[in-house]
Design a protein around this ligand. Structure first.
Ligand code: COA
Length: 174
């Protein structure tokens, strides 16, 4: 007998999207994509997922806290979660029809294309939807923000205030 258990999708009429990322830390660019997603979907699940080639500065708990603190009054339409296994399986079990990815520059495209096609190969019922990041955030990334903060530079306006504070605390500890 096989150990394989098929994933069971939640039956729902809600339009649900999953927005995955490392979020180390969440930036204004991510928030811009989340706001755009809320115009298209009833509910957005922000999921901290593992990118095996990254070694995050913040723990999963710290990242969860920083993301949750961005949405004090929006609990009904926003959920924040973590996933340890395949993202597309998670999306399917949650009844999500879409995985949201933000596109900044052309350089994002190759990698995003690869992820989207692999996810589609695994689960055909979940589409990847690409949203274009607001122009102001096209040149930021979590790494560049961490690099500036590590050297004592000012990142206010590029991340929420509470994230600015967390970055300051983190680099004082190191
Ligand atoms: N504005 C500003 N910056 C943005 C952004 C936006 N709108 N969207 C992404 N970025 C930045 C992020 O800050 C991040 O910067 P960094 O590399 O300096 O940390 C970078 O763009 C890309 O990060 P992110 O969107 O977080 O993707 P990721 O590559 O870290 O994560 C996962 C990819 C986690 C979604 C992917 O690895 C995954 O799905 N893992 C789960 C396991 C799985 O299913 N694997 C098989 C995949 S086919």
């Amino acid at each position: 007998m096989s150990d394989y258990e098929p994933f069971v999708a939640v039956e729902t009429d809600e339009k649900i999207a999953v927005y995955p990322g490392t979020f180390d830390p969440i930036t204004m660019g991510h928030l811009d994509i989340i706001n755009r997603s809320l115009n298209l979907f009833d509910r957005v699940i922000i999921v901290i997922a593992t990118n095996s080639s990254k070694k995050p500065l913040f723990s999963v708990e710290e990242r969860l806290m920083m993301i949750r603190a961005c949405f004090p009054g929006n609990e009904g339409r926003i959920e924040v979660d973590t996933v340890d296994n395949l993202l597309v399986d998670y999306a399917y079990t949650k009844g999500a029809k879409a995985i949201i990815r933000g596109l900044r520059a052309v350089s994002d495209f190759d990698y995003e294309f690869q992820l989207a096609l692999m996810n589609r190969r695994i689960e055909r019922d979940v589409e990847t939807v690409f949203l274009m990041t607001g122009f102001r955030w096209i040149f930021i990334s979590s790494s560049i923000i961490k690099d500036v903060a590590r050297h004592g530079g000012d990142v206010s306006g590029l991340v929420p205030d509470h994230v600015c504070e967390k970055l300051r605390e983190k680099y004082l500890q190191i």
